[in-house]
Design a protein around this ligand. Structure first.
Ligand code: PEP
Ligand code: MN
Length: 264
């Protein structure tokens, strides 16, 4: 079902009126973890000032260590929904447990499936049974074929609104957190009809690489770029080394505009 041979025309995923996959290129931003109403609101206001509406924040956090901040859970979803209603934004947030999908759908507009759950087949089937758009991230060490087959699980259950997100893969290289597989973008666009996104934050794990990798991603045809923004990254409860603060975020968006790569 995901194959372009079966469906030659591009799938356009409609996020409350914002169309992903129609040739326009979008930015998806927000804090790594939802920490408080004030924190989300501050980031959302900065986004709004730049004309961005796709707000992403984590309420359920898949952390490597059980002793790290695990997210605010349902309270985090409530905060996202409140800010989204106040500022007319679209909320994207990760769900990890199939049992939380129905509840989360009352709060969020797009379900994110994180890298660690790309092959959580029960979760894929559960979101496949909803009518919410899904942002599916590539697994930590997943081949493109495995990634595409994970998307197929969702489409096979009847939900065709899937966006694929390249977020770097595990290699021997340690200069970056993961290795951004930039060639996955045109390969996925050739082989499937789904929109393709690039997460520059988790692929690089480096604030200084967000802009150059975002330029590369847009230049190679990504439909959207995802990056994390926090009012004060130094005290962030997760991913403090790679989130942008508000002024870096403003420079990031302006630099993409100046390069002619972000036109919205
Ligand atoms: C995230 O996007 O919040 C995240 C944890 O990234 P990934 O699943 O790609 O590691
Ligand atoms: Mn993060």
């Amino acid at each position: 079902l995901v194959s372009r041979k079966k469906k030659p025309e591009d799938t356009i995923v409609d996020l409350k009126g914002i169309k992903i996959g129609n040739g326009e290129q979008h930015l998806i931003t927000g804090p790594c973890s939802v920490e408080s109403y004030e924190q989300v609101r501050e980031v959302a206001e900065a986004m709004k000032a730049q004309g961005l509406k796709l707000l992403r924040g984590g309420a359920f956090k898949p952390r490597t260590s059980p002793y790290d901040f695990q997210g605010l859970g349902k309270e985090g979803l409530e905060i996202l929904k409140r800010v989204a209603e106040e500022l007319d934004m679209v909320v994207i947030s990760e769900v990890m447990n199939p049992n939380d999908v129905e509840m989360a759908c009352e709060y969020i507009d797009v379900i994110q499936i994180g890298a660690r759950n790309m092959q959580n087949f029960d979760l894929l089937k559960e979101v496949g049974g909803t009518d919410k758009p899904v942002l599916l991230k590539r697994g930590l060490s997943a081949t493109i074929d495995e990634f595409v087959k994970a998307a197929e699980y969702i489409l096979a259950k009847g939900n065709g609104n899937v966006m694929l997100c390249e977020r770097g893969i595990r290699t021997y290289e340690r200069a970056t957190r993961n290795t951004l597989d930039i060639s996955a973008v045109p390969i996925l666009k050739q082989e499937t009809h789904l929109p393709v996104l690039v997460d520059v934050t988790h692929s690089t794990g480096r604030r200084d690489l967000l802009l150059p990798t975002a330029k590369a991603a847009f230049a190679i045809g990504a439909d959207a770029i995802m990056a994390e923004v926090h009012p004060d990254p130094a005290v962030a409860l997760s991913d403090s080394a790679q989130q942008m603060d508000i002024s870096q975020f403003n420079d990031f968006v302006q630099s993409l505009r100046d390069a002619g790569l972000y036109k919205l």
